[in-house]
Design a protein around this ligand. Structure first.
Ligand SMILES: *Cc1c(COP(=O)(O)O)cnc(C)c1O
Length: 861
C-alpha cells in the first residue's frame, strides 16, 4: 500500500488526507473475505481502476458494451456520455468506499447538512477535475474518435434548487469534502427540479425540467434502505410499565423514503463524501388499501399521492407559500435523515446521550426546522428519554442559518395545517414554547408584550408557528450569512432573542467553491494564475491569490489578463450564438446582471439605466459617437406566480428587442437576455464579465454569492452597501469598487419620512423622460398599456426605492465609464479584485463554521 499524503492549510486548520493506492495484491495467501469491522474494507475491495489512457479506454468500452449493451458504432451520444460518466465514477467510487471505511474507524463528529435545496451544476467536469483524469479521458476519447466537449454538453444539470441558497449548500459540501471533514448532505431528490425557462414574445414560459429523462449516472439508489415516514392522525397518552405518563402518535398514513446517494468528491485529496437525497415511494399500507378497496386501478392511482411528495421543487425563491405539500416535503426529508443518522450511521447500541459529540445538524434556513420537534419525538416518545434530557441533547445538536431579512420570507406554518399533518410535533412545539416562555417570564417579570413578541406561536394574521423562532430557541448557534446581515439579524429581525442570548448569535460570511467557480469555469485565468504563482496550491488555499497583487502593476501581466478576458468573451459569444441565437459584439464592455428576478434585487434599476442611455441618444442629448459601447447581459428566472417579476422580464426583453434593432444606436448598446439562467450558464457568463451588477436595496440582500463569483473572476462591482458587497469593497478597496446608493439607515429614514416615488420622478427630468419613454409605448409597438403594471409599481409604491437611488446609480455608471476608458488601469483594478477575493472561498466559510459552530475536526491520515 502506497500512501500519498496531501496536506493543505486552511487558516490554522491543517487538512491532511491520504490517497491510498494499492500497488499489489496483499501478501497473505488466503485473505479473509470479510472486513474486520462492519464498516471496513476487505482485501477484495477494489482500488481506482483507471490511471492510463489504455485503462480508460478499457473502462469506457466496458461500460458502453456491457453497461449500455451497444457497440461503439451504434452508440448514441447519450450512451457515450453515460459510459464516460460511469467509467470516471469508478475512480471516485473506490475513494468513496475508503472514505466511508476510514470514517467508520474514526467515529468522528460529523456535519449533517440539512437543506431542502442543492443547486449542484453539472457533475462530469467536477468529477474529472477532482480525480485529475481530464487529460487521460480527453486522449482516450480522441483515440476513439469522440470529443469530450460534445459529451460533456450532453449532461442536464441537476437543478435541485432555486438560486443562492441551494448553490451555497452545493459549495459547502464541496469544501468539506476537499478539507476532509466528515459531512453528509441531506436533501430531496426532486423528480422535477427548477423549471426550464423559455421566452415567448419576451414572456417567461415555464417548462418542466425532465433532468432524469435520459438516465442519471451519478446517483446510487438504495431501496433496501428505505425508511418509513408517518403523517396525520392523532396522539394519545398512556402509562408505561414504569408508571410514567407518556404520549404516542397514532399516524394515519405513511410513505417510504428511498435514499439516493451521490458522491461529493474532494479536490485531489482521495476523499469522497456523501450527499443523500430522498425520494418518496408508496408503502405497503397502500398495497393493503388496494386489496381492500376492490377497485384495483383506482387504488394504484392513489399510490401516486405518496410519490408526489418528492415530485417537484417549489419554484419560489425567498417567498415561501404555505402549501401543505411543501410541509410534507420538509418533514419527509428531515424525518428520513434523522432516522438514517440514528439507525444507519451511528453504530448499534450507541448511547444517544453522546449524540452531540457525534453529529451537528446544520439547518439551511427554516425549511428543515421541523427536525427539531422530530428529534424530540424520537428521543422522548420512541427512546423513552426524559424531556429535559432530550431537550439538552437537542439544543446541542442543531444550529440554524438564517438567509433573509425580508419579513415575507420568514417561514410560518398555520397551527391548523401543522396540527393536521403532524399532530405530535405541534404538541411538542407547544411544550417547547411553554417552557421557554416560563423562562422569559422569569427573566422579564411583567413584560407581557415581550412574551408575546418572543412566542413561537403568533396569533396574527392567523394562529401559526414561527419556524425561525423555533430554530433560534432550539439551536446552539444562529448565524447570518454576511457581516452586515448578521448585525441586522441581531438588531432588527431577532432583537429580543439576541438580547436574551447574546452568545448564541454569530456570523459566517458565505463563500463559493474555487473549484467550480474559477478552476473549472475559467481555465484561461486559472492557467495564468498557476503560471504566475508557480503551482496549483491556490485552488485549495485561495488566500494565495494575494501573491498576484504585485503583478497588477506589470504591463505584460495586465496584457495577458486582458487576453484571457477577451477570449472568455469570445467563448461566451459563441455559446450564446448557438444556444440562444444571440449575436453579441466581443470588443465591448460586458455589463452583467444575473440572479433570480426579485423586486428587492432591483433589475428595474438596471433597466432604467439602459433606457436612459437609449433615451439620451433618441432625444439628441448625447451624440451616439459619444456613447460607450456596452453589452448588457441579463439572466433571471421569476417564480411562476410572481406577476410583477414576469412583467419586468417582459419589459427587459422588449427594451432589448427595440434597442438592438434601432439603427440610431449603431450597435453601441446591446441587450442580451439568454433564457434559463442556471449554474452551467453562470459558469460561462461570469468569466466573461467586466462589470458585476449588485444593486439590491441596502439592507435587503442577506449576502449574495454571485457578487463573489464575479470579483473572483476579475469583474469590477457596481454595488450598494448591502450583503457581502460590504466585505468585498473592504477587501478589494474603495478604488476598485463602484459604490453608490443609500446606506441601510438612510433607507430606513427615507421610508419613515414617507417616501414618494412620484416626487422623485417629477423632480428628475432625465428619470421622467426615461419612464415616459416606456409609458409612451415605444417598446410595445405603441401600446401604452403594455407595461403599465411596471410603471405604476414604480410610481405608486416602489417598495425597494429604485427611483430614490436612480440618480446615484447613473453617477456611479459615469465613474465606471471613465474608469473603463483607461484599459490599463481597469485591468489593474480587475487583477486586484481577483487577488483580494481569496476570503470568499467556501473553504474559509467552512473553517469559520467549524471554529464557531460545529467543532468538527478533519479526518487525518
Ligand atoms: C450563484 C448563483 C446564484 C446566486 O446569485 P446572487 O447574485 O447571489 O443572487 C443564483 N443562481 C445561480 C445559478 C448561481 O450560480
Amino acid at each position: 500500500m502506497r500512501r500519498i499524503l496531501v496536506a493543505g492549510a486552511h487558516r490554522g486548520l491543517i487538512v491532511v488526507s491520504v490517497l491510498a493506492v494499492t500497488d499489489a495484491k496483499p501478501q497473505s495467501s488466503y485473505p479473509s473475505p470479510r472486513p474486520t469491522s462492519p464498516g471496513g474494507l476487505s482485501p477484495y475491495d477494489k482500488d481506482a481502476p483507471i490511471h492510463t489512457v489504455d485503462e480508460f479506454i478499457n473502462g469506457f468500452m466496458d461500460e458502453l458494451n456491457f453497461g449500455r449493451g451497444v457497440s461503439l458504432a451504434r452508440s448514441s451520444r447519450n450512451d457515450q456520455y453515460i459510459a464516460l460518466s460511469k467509467a470516471v465514477r469508478q475512480n471516485l467510487q473506490a475513494r468513496w468506499m475508503k472514505t466511508l471505511a476510514r470514517q467508520y474507524e474514526e467515529q468522528a463528529k460529523s456535519v449533517a447538512y440539512l437543506s431542502a435545496e442543492y443547486l449542484l451544476g453539472r457533475q462530469l467536469d467536477n468529477a474529472l477535475l477532482a480525480t485529475g483524469m481530464t487529460d487521460v479521458v480527453e486522449e482516450g476519447l480522441d483515440a476513439l474518435g469522440l470529443s469530450l466537449d460534445r459529451l460533456r454538453a450532453q449532461e442536464t444539470e441537476p437543478g435541485l434548487g432555486n438560486g443562492g441558497l441551494g448553490r451555497l449548500a452545493a459549495c459547502f459540501v464541496d469544501s468539506l469534502a476537499t478539507m476532509s471533514v466528515p459531512c453528509i448532505g441531506y436533501g430531496i431528490r426532486y423528480e422535477y427540479g427548477i423549471f426550464r425557462q423559455e421566452f415567448e414574445d419576451g414572456w417567461q414560459v415555464e417548462h418542466s425540467d425532465r433532468w432524469l429523462a435520459l438516465g442519471n449516472p451519478w446517483e446510487f439508489p438504495h431501496p433496501e434502505h428505505a425508511v418509513t415516514v408517518h403523517f396525520g392522525g392523532s396522539t394519545e397518552t398512556y402509562t408505561d410499565d414504569r408508571g410514567r405518563e407518556r404520549t404516542r402518535w397514532l399516524p394515519a398514513w405513511d410513505v417510504q423514503g428511498v435514499p439516493y446517494n451521490y458522491m461529493v468528491p474532494g479536490y485531489r485529496n482521495g476523499r469522497v463524501n456523501t450527499l443523500r437525497l430522498w425520494s418518496a415511494r408508496a408503502t405497503r399500507a397502500f398495497d393493503l388499501r388496494i386489496f381492500n378497496a376492490g377497485d384495483y386501478v383506482e387504488a394504484v392511482r392513489a399510490q401516486t399521492f405518496a410519490e408526489n411528495i418528492s415530485k417537484v421543487l417549489y419554484p419560489e425563491d425567498s417567498t415561501p407559500q404555505g402549501k401543505e405539500l411543501r410541509l410534507q416535503q420538509q418533514y419527509f426529508f428531515v424525518a428520513c435523515s434523522l432516522r438514517d443518522q440514528l439507525e444507519n450511521v451511528l453504530p448499534k447500541y450507541f448511547d444517544l446521550a453522546n449524540l452531540p459529540d457525534r453529529v451537528i445538524f446544520q439547518l439551511n434556513d427554516t425549511h428543515p426546522v421541523i427536525a427539531i420537534p422530530e428529534l424530540m419525538r424520537l428521543l422522548v416518545d420512541e427512546k423513552g428519554m426524559e424531556w429535559d434530557d432530550a431537550w439538552a441533547i437537542t439544543q446541542k445538536c442543531f444550529a440554524y442559518t438564517c438567509h433573509t431579512l425580508l419579513p415575507e420570507a420568514l417561514e410560518v406554518w398555520s397551527v391548523e395545517l401543522l396540527g393536521k399533518l403532524l399532530p405530535r410535533h405541534l404538541e411538542i412545539i407547544y411544550k417547547i414554547n411553554e417552557i421557554f416562555l416560563d423562562e422569559v417570564r422569569a427573566a422579564y417579570p411583567g413584560d407581557e408584550i415581550k412574551l408575546r413578541r418572543m412566542s413561537i406561536i403568533t396569533d396574527h394574521p392567523e394562529r401559526s408557528v414561527r419556524m425561525a423562532y423555533l430554530a433560534t430557541i432550539a439551536g446552539s448557534k444562529v448565524n447570518g450569512v454576511a457581516a452586515l446581515h448578521s448585525e441586522l439579524l441581531r438588531d432588527k429581525v431577532l432583537p429580543d432573542f439576541s438580547a436574551y442570548w447574546p452568545d448564541k448569535f454569530t456570523n459566517v460570511t458565505n463563500g463559493i467553491t474555487p473549484r467550480r467557480f474559477i478552476r473549472l469555469s475559467n481555465p484561461g485565468l486559472s492557467d495564468l494564475i498557476t503560471q504566475t504563482l508557480g503551482d496549483e496550491g491556490w485552488v485549495t488555499d485561495l488566500e494565495r491569490l494575494r501573491e498576484l497583487e504585485p503583478h497588477a502593476d506589470d504591463p505584460a501581466f495586465r496584457e495577458k489578463f486582458r487576453q484571457v478576458k477577451a477570449a472568455n468573451k469570445q467563448t461566451l459569444a459563441q455559446v450564446l450564438s448557438t444556444r440562444d441565437n444571440i449575436t453579441l459584439p466581443t470588443d465591448v464592455m460586458y455589463d452583467v446582471m444575473v440572479k433570480r428576478l426579485h423586486e428587492y434585487k432591483r433589475q428595474t434599476l438596471k433597466l432604467l439605466h439602459i433606457v436612459t442611455l437609449y433615451e439620451q441618444i433618441l432625444s439628441g442629448k448625447v451624440a451616439v459617437e459619444d456613447v460607450m459601447p456596452r453589452a448588457f447581459l441579463f439572466g433571471a428566472k421569476a417564480a411562476p406566480g410572481y406577476r410583477i417579476a414576469k412583467e419586468i422580464i417582459a419589459l427587459i426583453n422588449a427594451v432589448g428587442k427595440t434597442v438592438n434593432n434601432d439603427p440610431q444606436v449603431q450597435g453601441r448598446l446591446t441587450v442580451a437576455f439568454p433564457a434559463n439562467y442556471n449554474v452551467t450558464l453562470a459558469e460561462r457568463l461570469i468569466p466573461a464579465a467586466d462589470l458585476s451588477e449588485q444593486i439590491s436595496l441596502a439592507g435587503k440582500e442577506a449576502s449574495g454569492t454571485g457578487n463573489m463569483k464575479f470579483a473572483l473572476n476579475g469583474a469590477l462591482t457596481i454595488g450598494t452597501d448591502d450583503g457581502a458587497n460590504v466585505e468585498i469593497r473592504q477587501l478589494v478597496g474603495d478604488d476598485n469598487f463602484f459604490l453608490f446608493g443609500m446606506l441601510e439607515p438612510e433607507v430606513e429614514a427615507t421610508i419613515a419620512e414617507g417616501y414618494s416615488p412620484v416626487s422623485v420622478y417629477e423632480n428628475n427630468p432625465q428619470l421622467k423622460a426615461t419612464i415616459d419613454l416606456i409609458a409612451s409605448g415605444h417598446f410595445s409597438d405603441g401600446d401604452r398599456n403594455r407595461f403599465e403594471p411596471v410603471i405604476s409599481n414604480l410610481l405608486g409604491e416602489d417598495r425597494f426605492l429604485a427611483l430614490a437611488d436612480y440618480a446615484a446609480y447613473l453617477e456611479a455608471q459615469q465613474r465606471v465609464e471613465a474608469a473603463y476608458a483607461d484599459p490599463d488601469d481597469w485591468s489593474r483594478k480587475a487583477i486586484l479584485n481577483v487577488a483580494r477575493s481569496g476570503f470568499f472561498s467556501s473553504d474559509r466559510s467552512m473553517v469559520d463554521y467549524i471554529d464557531r459552530i460545529w467543532h468538527t475536526p478533519a479526518i487525518t491520515q
